[in-house]
Design a protein around this ligand. Sequence first.
Ligand SMILES: [Zn+2]
Length: 69
Amino acid sequence: MAEGAVKLRCPICKKPVKSTDPDFPFCSERCRTIDLGKWASGQYVISSPVKDTEDEFGPESEAERPDDE
Ligand SMILES: [Zn+2]
């Protein structure tokens, strides 16, 4: 077992990568480029705001009103 070398897996191809690898955390420059391409093409979307369309059902719905006179 080598000391000081942490083994992780390439996030692209899942091959084991050593932390001492120049392309870490990727196994190769190819995988690094693929990852960059993913970001550039928008495959990694951090968050897309979902529009809330349930406003028409407000808390003041008249169906809840007691109807005893
Ligand atoms: Zn890889």
